[in-house]
Design a protein around this ligand. Structure first.
Ligand SMILES: C[S@@+](CC[C@H](N)C(=O)[O-])C[C@H]1O[C@@H](n2cnc3c(N)ncnc32)[C@H](O)[C@@H]1O
Length: 256
């Protein structure tokens, strides 16, 4: 089921766009080259990346037909979008830049995944990835807590263990081991200010909770969401506006 909803995702467009722009800024232009954006979503960043890199060809790949439908509004010479799964990339090395903003956190086993991506780069190719790491924050911790309740655990238990990501220093070492000799890896806190704590629920509904929604039937997901909202709002400070620090890891490397 395609649980991605461009309208829900775009509720916090302003806040979400800065990390993507920061990741693009890490990419060195590759005039005439080939660029791949994995999990491109609604494609706005893909178009900005295409312009920044001065590539001849940029492909945005996503497995959500709804997100890709929105991406069709992004047009430029050499820019195209395709429906497809990150895990089903063709084997040959053919990209000068592989870029992914806020998408790879959905996939398990990053050491193996990143090794496969590195193999698909041309010599001197660049890998640029941003992942949110909110494991310690209530918005993610409470989702895991609720998923472990007996009424959800049977469906969700295997899945929640997949969501733990490496630390920033582990990513730096992984890049180095994969032949990116001077990796640039940063842990960055984006200091968002939301109108109130209930907006944190709306934010997470557009991202992390889509994965839970995908695995539960409609009625069970509604129950999950109620329980999640109740527990999270009891934990977050009842302040207006509400400070919502969002932790992300940005990483870049060029293959020697
Ligand atoms: C949080 S959105 C980010 C979209 C875009 N990169 C941005 O920053 O605006 C994550 C996107 O990753 C896509 N995605 C997740 N897993 C995927 C997979 N295995 N293959 C292709 N796309 C995937 C989702 O469909 C979704 O559009």
């Amino acid at each position: 089921m395609d649980t991605w909803n461009p309208a829900q995702y775009d509720l916090f467009k302003q806040e979400r766009s800065q990390p993507g722009r920061d990741l693009i800024a890490l990419v060195e232009p590759c005039p005439g080259g080939r660029v791949l954006d994995l999990g491109c979503g609604t494609g706005e960043l893909t178009r900005q990346l295409h312009a920044h890199s001065r590539a001849a060809e940029t492909l945005g790949l996503d497995r959500s037909a709804r997100m890709l439908h929105a991406a069709q509004q992004q047009t430029a010479a050499g820019l195209r979008f395709e429906l497809g799964d990150i895990l089903a990339l063709p084997d040959e090395p053919q990209w000068d830049v592989i870029f992914s903003n806020a998408a790879l956190q959905w996939l398990p086993d990053h050491p193996t995944l990143f090794a496969r991506l590195a193999e698909r780069l041309n010599p001197g190719g660049q890998l640029a990835v941003q992942v949110p790491t909110m494991e310690q924050h209530g918005v993610h911790r409470v989702a895991k807590e609720v998923a472990r309740l007996p009424r959800f655990a049977a469906t969700l238990d295997g899945f929640i263990h997949r969501l733990d990501l490496p630390s920033a220093d582990a990513y730096a070492e992984l890049f180095w081991r994969l032949g990116f000799d001077r990796p640039n890896v940063r842990l960055q806190i984006y200091p968002h200010v939301l109108p109130g704590p209930e907006d944190a629920v709306e934010w997470i509904k557009g991202t992390l909770l889509t994965a839970y929604e995908n695995r539960l039937d409609r009625a069970t997901f509604a129950e999950f969401l109620d329980e999640y909202r109740r527990r999270l709002l009891a934990e977050l400070p009842a302040e207006r506006p509400c400070f919502f620090p969002y932790q992300r890891i940005l990483m870049w490397g060029r293959r020697s």
